[in-house]
Design a protein around this ligand. Structure first.
Ligand SMILES: Cc1cc2nc3c(=O)[nH]c(=O)nc-3n(C[C@H](O)[C@H](O)[C@H](O)COP(=O)(O)O)c2cc1C
Length: 172
């Protein structure tokens, strides 16, 4: 039962979570940008995706590779400012095919936003977004950034991987 991690991120936090999960599970880690990364070689997949403007950055890769991945067990970890909840579930449901959403498992992890790493126009975009935000915590994050990186938060993903591996080993 071979698995692999495929991730999509921009500023390093999704890559960091993918590496932590890779070390904890022993699964190989691929960026979706790697041209040699081939999901057909694996029996199950852990997909990692950042959320940018309410969208999963891995959504196009999923659509392009749907035929190759649709019948495999899939665990998705999303990385965002917002924590797990209805808002995040809706963003995931809006970005991925219904059949995939209903069959996969999802864990919402919280990432990092360093205002010094983003372009001036994104800073401006976030500032404008903050004017519209009703939630004071979201407003603060949009103006000042945040750092919720937490290695221990990967444990549900690691447990899901171990469960898939042990159930398939028993069936073999
Ligand atoms: C332009 C921009 C838009 C973002 N939009 C959202 C969003 O809609 N919802 C959210 O929860 N987090 C949002 N975030 C926060 C990111 O999801 C968070 O910084 C994440 O850790 C980024 O992952 P990465 O470092 O792998 O790129 C946004 C960040 C940026 C820079």
């Amino acid at each position: 039962m071979k698995g692999a991690i495929f991730y999509s991120g921009q500023y390093g936090s999704t890559a960091k979570y993918a590496d932590w999960i890779g070390v904890a599970t022993g699964l190989p880690v691929f960026s979706i940008e790697d041209s040699y990364a081939d999901p057909t070689k694996y029996d199950f997949l852990v997909l990692g995706s950042s959320v940018i403007v309410y969208k999963l950055t891995i959504r196009k890769w999923v659509t392009q590779n749907l035929a190759k991945i649709a019948n495999k067990p899939i665990i998705l970890f999303s990385v965002s400012g917002a924590g797990p909840g209805a808002k995040l579930d809706k963003w995931v449901a809006d970005c991925l095919p219904k059949t995939l959403v209903s069959s996969m498992q999802h864990v919402g992890l919280r990432g990092r936003l360093d205002m010094n790493e983003i372009s001036w126009w994104l800073k401006l975009f976030m500032r404008i977004g903050s004017w519209k935000s009703d939630d004071p915590e979201v407003k603060k994050h949009e103006l000042e950034g945040f750092d919720f990186m937490d290695e221990s938060s990967i444990s549900p993903v690691v447990e899901m991987v171990e469960k898939i591996q042990s159930s398939r080993d028993l069936a073999a």
